[in-house]
Design a protein. Sequence first.
Length: 308
Amino acid sequence: MRDPAELYELSPEGPVIPPGLPLIVGLTGFADAGSAVSQFGDYILESLQTELVAKFDTDELLDYRARRPIVLFEHDHLTEYNPATLRLFLVWDEMHSPFLLLTGFEPDFKWERFVQALIDLIARYQVSLTCWLHAIPMPVPHTRPISVTVSGNQAELIEALSVWKPTTQVPANVVQLLEYRLYQQEAPVVGYALLIPHYLADTEFPTAALTAMDCVSTATGLIFPTDHLREAGREFVTKIDEQVANNEELARLVGALEERHDTYMEGTALRSPLTDEDGELPTADEIAAELEKFLATKRHRDGDPPTA
């Protein structure tokens, strides 16, 4: 095998990366129902402070004919060319806690070299946990919280959150290969498969991205800005509900899915510890307030007077 490091280039002015950070992996390509993963990556890059760590060689890894780049044609000439990218970032969450994010396209070629390159980077930066995301269409209703299937070697997360635990053969994606290799090495890894309503699989479903953030937060303790996604999710669901109310056939479909979902979930319903009784994520201000209360209580117990 050729040197896996040839597949990527470290940023010449890259940041100093402290050891022991979690690595979040969200790649688009084979399965991204509801655009959960692409929305997650875009939202993180748009909302949080980031610094480029490394970029992967698109020419080596992408099948251009299968996923053609977009060009902009203006009147009589081309003015813009937007190739797909695959990049590793250092990111800071809402509480300024750092983490690593790998986002972009899923490689079409050289899976083994690519996975070895990631394993080398994981070792280089002493990654504490690799957490990856994908989303698959399922016959479930949009009127119920999005469920997940959890894989990897984090037993507490699997026990607490994994709703569907099948034994089945499925077409692989490259991050599943990464999880498989990390599992063999007993390196900490967790994968989340979001179960998205099949009739919304081809849409940009904001609640799917919100659930992805919930999953990552549960695994890592990271805190993300979610107010915009929460509002977008409510507006999206309102529009879907209006369509269902005005379509008798669609209403019967959703009703049947609800009945089957509720029957399956009886006695096995699981709820993320980050959500309230209504399934809503707390706001960043609410999280910060609770964190301050916790720190004040801890200081008091340790003998120091609590501060405001």
